[in-house]
Write a protein that binds this ligand. Structure first.
Ligand code: FAD
Length: 397
């Protein structure tokens, strides 16, 4: 395979670079990347960034042109990821909408749903969240208990969701409910596109170990939805659930480009830090670790390219997304663990007190979640064993 870029692709890169230089928030490229602490200001900042991306035609380049995307080629998508990571671009507030809900609606939604939601997702008018996990249903997702009962022309929804990322900012939720109790728990599930801004929906933030509040408990007390909000068929929501999950895992796998940048940052760190007047990188054990990281991260990257090619051919992601997600999340955790440990006892210093840059400590704390959200590493290993290697089913499920 040839991984070099053509002249046309390099022009695409240059176009994006120029646009980023002109449109990133003021001071961003100079390193002033603090996001507002205040929740409303934070939300306004991120919505504004998504609006800017959309106006420049850079919000959802992989989408078909008819939905406002660019019909980007595989190589253009790779270039886009590389450039966004290079400038450490602000996060996408409507990540769930752009990378998970909209592609699923394009695949499975009704024409009315596509018409109603896809453009609002693109322009950032509506932010989405994903209402899957419950206190007693995480890995065993089919055990969900949140109920939806038909009363007249309404569906009345009651139950509790947990770990709902962006739930406090979201206008709509891709919500999993139980609509009937059948012999098999994977049956009797229905997906609704729920309006979050209604009296029956209450969100309570969960404080993470890094002090941030990025996900929530969501309480549903007689929340209301309609037939038009159902994705797919009543009681047949499991395949809809899986379609969205595949988009989620593939999206997390794409963080292999972030990992590429983080690896380069780690090399720089080991050149900056000194022990006995020698840069750390001169230490043979450190060098060995760097080679180890490099080989494994290159392996993940090449595997990601392989999977992306297959996704483009098939038109939708497959079970291989689980491999990408597993490798990237585990490697990221290991890399930040190492980066903090090479700072010795000062590695525990954080925020303004950090020895080098709180970037290392912040990402170390965040990295644990990556190996859990979107499917834990153990569950992904089960998926790979069953769906890719054809091994017997996990007896626990
Ligand atoms: C950063 C982050 C963001 C998230 N965002 C969302 C969101 O937006 N929406 C949403 O719905 N959820 C979200 N989640 C929740 C996430 O999907 C669940 O945490 C995850 O599915 C695991 O479920 P659980 O926490 O209930 O753990 P459990 O399922 O209870 O698992 C506990 C432990 O047991 C292991 N285990 C369980 N079953 C098996 C098995 N069969 N074989 C081997 N090991 C097993 C697991 O790997 C894990 O180590 C998020 C989580 C994180 C960390």
């Amino acid at each position: 395979m040839d991984f070099s870029f053509t002249k046309k692709e390099e022009q695409f890169r240059q176009e994006l670079r120029t646009w980023l230089e002109e449109n990133l928030p003021e001071g961003w490229l100079a390193g002033n990347r603090e996001l507002p602490e205040d929740e409303e200001e934070y939300s306004a900042f991120l919505r504004n960034w998504q609006k800017t991306l959309h106006e420049g035609g850079w919000a959802a380049i992989a989408w078909p042109k008819k939905y406002g995307g660019r019909d980007a080629t595989l190589m253009e998508e790779i270039i886009y990821q590389q450039e966004m990571v290079r400038v450490k671009a602000p996060p996408l507030v409507n990540y769930v909408g752009i990378h998970m809900v909209a592609p699923t609606l394009m695949q499975i939604g009704t024409e009315e749903q596509k018409e109603e939601y896809i453009n609002k997702i693109l322009i950032g008018e509506e932010v989405w969240c994903q209402g899957y996990s419950e206190p007693n249903a995480g890995s065993d997702l089919a055990a969900i208990q949140t109920s939806a009962v038909k009363e007249g022309d309404k569906w009345i929804i009651n139950g509790q969701k947990v770990w709902t990322s962006f739930g406090h900012l979201a206008d709509r939720c891709f919500l999993l409910t139980r609509t009937s109790h059948k012999e098999k728990k994977h049956q009797g599930i229905t997906v609704f596109l729920l309006d979050m801004k209604q009296p029956g929906v209450e969100t309570l933030p969960i404080v993470q170990m890094d002090g941030k509040k990025e996900f929530n408990e969501v309480y549903l007390n007689d929340a209301v939805a309609y037939d038009a909000d159902i994705v797919g068929e009543v009681d047949e929501g499991w395949k809809v659930t899986m379609a969205l999950l595949m988009h989620e895992r593939t999206g997390i796998g794409a963080q292999v480009f972030t990992l590429e940048q983080q690896f380069e940052d780690l090399v720089k760190l080991t050149k900056e830090l000194h022990v006995n007047d020698q840069p750390l990188i001169k230490d043979p054990f450190v060098r060995q670790k760097m080679v180890d990281f490099y080989t494994r991260f290159r392996g993940s990257l090449l595997n990601y390219y392989r999977h992306l090619t297959k996704t483009l051919k098939d038109g939708h992601p497959g079970a291989e997304g689980s491999m990408d997600k597993l490798m990237v999340s585990e490697l990221t955790k290991e890399l930040f663990d190492y980066a903090v440990s090479v700072q010795g006892h000062q590695g525990v210093l954080w925020k303004k007190d950090a020895l080098v840059d709180s970037y290392w400590q912040d990402n170390f704390l965040q990295s644990f979640g990556m190996t859990i959200g979107g499917g834990t590493s153990e569950i992904l290993r089960n998926t790979i064993a069953e769906r890719i290697l054809g091994l017997p089913k996990d007896l626990g499920r």
